[in-house]
Design a protein around this ligand. Sequence first.
Ligand SMILES: [Zn+2]
Length: 212
Amino acid sequence: MVQDPEIVSTCRHCGNCTVLRVLYESERRKDDVTLLLVDCRSCEEASLLERVWTRDLFDPFGSLSVTEETVLYPSTGATQFRFLPREVRKEYESALNIMRHDANAFGVMVRRTLEAVCKERGVQRGTLACNLREMASRNEMPGTLADIADHLRLVSNIGAHHSGADISKDDLPALLDFLNLVLEYLYEAPGRLRALQAKASHAEREADGTLE
Ligand SMILES: [Zn+2]
């Protein structure tokens, strides 16, 4: 395995697809995983990557090549949610990834996250505004949360359309907090509750002697 002095990849700090200088690459762990410390030629921020190496079975020398690369730092922040459905997580992570670089694109991804939420709940026949109202009328969300989701929808419209107006970068932390609230209420809190209930019922059955 030869260490590359530089690699070309997308820097999560500045969002540029650029040259990252390799400062350090660890020995292979678990036979096929290395850690890579790099710094970005564009913004000079450091990142930590994990690389998975795979042996080429058709190569008589059995040479190794990188088959997977994951950014461990900077984190997207998505790890705070353990119970997001796959499609919702995909859109949410894209929103987080673009947030530092493009406020309007963040708005578009917030909208796509809300659309994924409605679809996951089986509400997808109308416009996003109608679908959110339908979610509220089905009591999937209490009134204030439905208002928050609708506010996110309105702001995301600014990001999605060329109207001369832009989403302000200053508003992004509040918008992300709102989006997190919606996801926390719909997925994370119920998921955590289910996990705790399962644990409590397991402990109860163990105490009763009904569990081997
Ligand atoms: Zn950078």
